[in-house]
Every structure is written in structure tokens, then in C-alpha cells.
Design a protein around this ligand. Structure first.
Ligand code: PMM
Length: 272
């Protein structure tokens, strides 16, 4: 899944694709590079971010979704708002990705239930303005699994099709670096919840801290793609259904290399 943030302030690529024409061109580039799905969002969820109005969010995403869906792309709308999801689906999106898993807007579950589209429900403990204050866990893997399965149960009870529900542990959302690493290490337990799993580690701050001395500034987002490829390959190995990334070629190459290893023959010599 390739990311198209139509925002002025996303941590990873803020402002780069804010103009509709630039966002559409970027979406096309990601498709040409091998993305299967484009995730298009108009609200930054970086820690401390303020929310745009509904009208502003619609203004950002609708023209981009319309153009890319008209090209034949599989488009996923990244939104916490039922009204935006509804309009995005009419404009050609066919998947809804909600970082709040339906918690930010009571009407989201019924929009998804009524339209029958796949729904990505991420682990979430509150809006970005103060989410890092909620990064307290007894056992992060057990707590995230319990909260995600409670969410899945409530969504299914609200009419969301169980076989179209994708779960995401929410890397970087109300998580400290060591929480993210533990969740990656034990991702098989999220997979064991029985739903497809989406993993979005791409360019997140915990990756930018690798190799940086204690107290040093994290490396800039564009220098986190090798670590993104490594964590995405790990996620795929542990059974993730999808990985959400900004730089498609690096992660795709890493995934292809591991697939080539998996499919290699056992002979150590040719034809002997
Ligand atoms: N991360 C961001 C935005 N949307 N959606 C899902 N399902 N999972 C994520 O981890 C996720 C997301 C924040 O990253 P960005 O600002 O680079 O888009």
C-alpha cells in the first residue's frame, strides 16, 4: 500500500503532495513502482496535530481520489470521519482506513456496514493532539491485542463484515519506541486474532532513532526507508496481509528478495 498524504503537515512527507495535481502524479508514480493499493488521506495524524474541518478534508482528498480511481487504481481513503468516507466511496474509493478504528466517529461503522467495503481498523487511544500521554501499557502486546479484538467484536456487532475487517496495531500511535519494537517482534499474536493485518511502520520516528546516540535528533524521515523495508519484510514474514509505505521501490525490492529466497531450490550445485 503506497501512501499519498494530501496534507500540509504530515511528519513524513508534509506538504510535498498538498496540491491535487502533485498528489495525483505521486499516486501514479507509486502505482508504476508496484503499489497494489493507494492510501489517500487529508488529515495529518502526527503527534500534536490539529484537525482540519470536514470541508477542508473533503477539498483535499476528493479530486485526488476521483482522478486516481478513474485511472483504475484501487483507492483506500484514510479518514476518521464517516462523512468523508461516504463521499470518498462515491468518488471511487473502495476501502476505508480509519486510524481510530471507528472510535472517532460513531457513524463510521454503519457507513462501512451499509456499503460492505473492506475496513482497516487501527489500534487507537485518542486524537493525536495528546495521544502520547496514553502510551502506558501493562503488557503492550497483550493490551493491544485485547483492545483490537474488543474493537473487532464491536464493529462486527455493528454490521461490519468480519471477513472484510483488517486490523492494524497502530505503530507510533500512543506507543513509545520500545512498544513499537515489542509489537513488531510479537506481530504473530496480532495475526492470530484471525483478521488480515496491516502494518504501517513507514518512516516513523522510532526507525529514525536507530544508530543515533542517546539524546541525539532522529534522522529525517526520508532516511528511514531501509529500516522501513526491514520492518516491513519482518511483518510479511510473520503473516501481515499488507504493509503501508511511503517509498514503494525499497520495500518492494526487499519483499521480492525474501520471496526469491523462500522459493529457491535446495540444490547447492547446478544440474549435478
Ligand atoms: N499511520 C499514519 C496514517 N495512517 N493508517 C494505518 N492503517 N496505519 C498506520 O500506521 C498509519 C495510518 C501516519 O503516517 P503518515 O503521516 O506517514 O501517513
Amino acid at each position: 500500500m503506497g501512501v499519498v498524504n494530501v496534507t500540509p503537515d504530515s511528519f513524513s512527507d508534509g506538504g510535498e503532495w498538498f496540491e491535487p495535481a502533485a498528489a495525483v502524479a505521486h499516486g501514479r508514480e507509486l502505482l508504476a513502482q508496484g503499489a497494489d493499493v493507494l492510501d489517500i488521506g487529508g488529515e495529518s495524524t502526527r503527534p500534536g496535530a490539529q484537525r482540519p474541518s470536514v470541508e477542508e478534508e473533503l477539498r483535499r482528498v476528493l479530486p485526488v481520489i476521483e482522478a486516481l480511481a478513474a485511472d483504475g487504481a484501487v483507492v483506500c481513503v484514510d479518514t476518521m470521519r464517516a462523512a468523508v468516507a461516504t463521499r470518498a466511496l462515491t468518488a471511487g474509493a473502495t476501502i476505508v482506513n480509519d486510524v481510530s478504528g471507528g472510535l472517532a466517529d460513531d457513524a463510521m461503522a454503519s457507513v462501512v456496514a451499509d456499503t460492505g467495503v473492506p475496513f482497516v481498523a487501527m489500534h487507537w487511544r485518542g486524537h493525536s493532539a495528546d495521544m502520547q500521554s496514553r502510551a502506558a501499557y501493562r503488557d503492550v502486546v497483550a493490551d493491544v491485542c485485547a483492545e483490537l479484538s474488543a474493537r473487532a467484536r464491536d464493529l462486527v456487532a455493528a454490521g461490519v463484515a468480519a471477513d472484510r475487517l483488517v486490523l492494524d496495531p497502530g505503530f507510533g500511535f500512543a506507543k513509545l519506541a520500545h512498544h513499537n519494537w515489542s509489537l513488531l517482534r510479537h506481530l504473530d499474536r496480532v495475526v492470530d486474532l484471525g483478521h488480515p493485518v496491516l502494518v504501517g511502520t513507514s518512516r516513523k520516528t522510532f526507525l529514525g532513532r536507530l544508530g543515533v546516540p542517546e539524546g541525539g535528533a532522529p534522522r529525517p524521515p526520508a532516511e528511514r526507508d531501509a529500516a522501513t523495508a526491514a520492518t516491513s519484510v519482518h511483518a510479511a514474514r510473520l503473516g501481515a496481509w499488507g504493509v503501508r509505505v511511503h517509498h514503494v521501490p525499497s520495500t518492494l525490492d526487499a519483499l521480492r528478495a525474501t520471496a526469491a529466497i523462500d522459493h529457491a531450490g535446495d540444490q547447492s550445485t547446478d544440474g549435478e
